[in-house]
Design a protein around this ligand. Structure first.
Ligand SMILES: [Zn+2]
Length: 335
């Protein structure tokens, strides 16, 4: 799932359906251009400038296969979704031959279409090659911002690309959809790409599901630094995420563990990131989590006091503390 607007070309001749799809995409913040014939769609696809091309298969003038095929030939990195009213195996295999990324059978519901669109856009962004990628991993919405929100803002200010992976949607700590939306808002404010897993809240295990999810994101975005939970934590999901990260991200050169409200007295940081310039920004990220505002650990004075307390170990500034699992040649976030 992503939070950044994309440029989408919609090739669809059914006026009522195209109105609906345009409305859904624009409501999610995307820019949409409509082509209502095959040749018009193919010409716009060739011209480029799109992140995603979405085409119906039965178009007047030429088929959606031609539109998407032209798009892929001219711009291989553009994602392509084919929509069809016919569920036929031969169509699906032809779609693969033409390099189509996703094949959807009508009627397509709003959640289904938007989930697929966001998946493809996220994959595309993760596979882009920025200067340095920082991956922050958390079990629940808000874990990452509490543990290292200020440090991530410092990374962002230094030009690093931020990827956030949250393994569950926090269904036990509130309404799942509300929490997902809050996390999207926080990621948007941070300027990061958000990837959501859907593991069961409070029952995350160190098994194939958690390890594969982390491995997949690591493989796609190739981070040089990972921030994750500490093993010194009383929450079973946090400990499971810590362990799954150790296994899945064994090749990543730097791995640091952040503090959570449930970290225990054994939490023993050796690295302190100065977040004085980003403390206000961190509070703004946390303010996105309105459904959690009654939680005492999210109170702004608690966040500020915690940063000040740890500052006693680092020149009395405001800092975020980290345990160091590995730190291969790592400079500070602000450098
Ligand atoms: Zn948590």
């Amino acid at each position: 799932m992503t939070t950044t607007a994309a440029r989408i070309l919609l090739v669809e001749d059914d006026p009522s359906y195209s109105r609906l799809v345009q409305y859904w995409l624009r409501a999610a913040g995307h820019e949409v251009r409509l082509a209502s014939t095959g040749p018009e769609g193919a010409a716009l696809a060739r011209q480029g400038g799109w992140d995603l091309v979405l085409s119906d298969v039965d178009m007047p003038g030429c088929s959606g296969f031609v539109v998407l095929g032209e798009s892929k030939r001219a711009h291989p990195k553009v994602s392509a979704i084919l929509m069809t009213a016919h569920e036929e195996v031969s169509l699906a295999s032809t779609a693969v031959d033409w390099g189509v990324d996703a094949y959807m059978v009508k009627p397509i519901s709003r959640p289904k279409l938007m989930e697929r669109v966001e998946q493809l856009l996220t994959r595309q962004r993760l596979e882009a090659t920025p200067a340095r990628v920082i991956l922050a991993i958390g079990a629940h919405p808000d874990d990452i911002e509490i543990g290292c929100g200020g440090t991530l803002l410092a990374h962002r200010a230094a030009g690093d690309e931020i990827v956030l992976l949250t393994l569950s949607r926090g269904a036990c700590g509130g309404q799942r959809d509300v929490r997902v939306e809050e996390a999207r808002q926080a990621a948007s404010k941070l300027g990061g790409t958000l990837v959501f897993g859907d593991l069961p809240d409070t029952s995350i295990q160190v098994d194939r599901s958690s390890i594969a999810l982390i491995e997949d994101v690591v493989r796609r975005c190739k981070p040089s630094v990972i921030y994750t939970h500490s093993q010194n934590d009383l929450h079973q999901d946090h400990r499971a995420v810590h362990e799954a990260t150790l296994i899945a991200a064994r090749q990543v050169p730097t791995m640091l563990c952040y503090q959570a409200p449930s970290t225990n007295i054994e939490f023993c940081p050796r690295r302190f990131e100065d977040v004085g310039a980003h403390l206000q920004g961190k509070l703004e990220l946390l303010a996105c989590y309105r459904s959690q505002e009654a939680r005492s650990y999210l109170a702004p004075d608690m966040i500020q006091a915690t940063a000040r307390y740890w500052g006693r170990f680092a020149g009395f500034s405001s800092v975020e503390p980290f345990e160091v699992l590995r730190a291969a040649g790592m400079a500070s976030a602000a450098s």
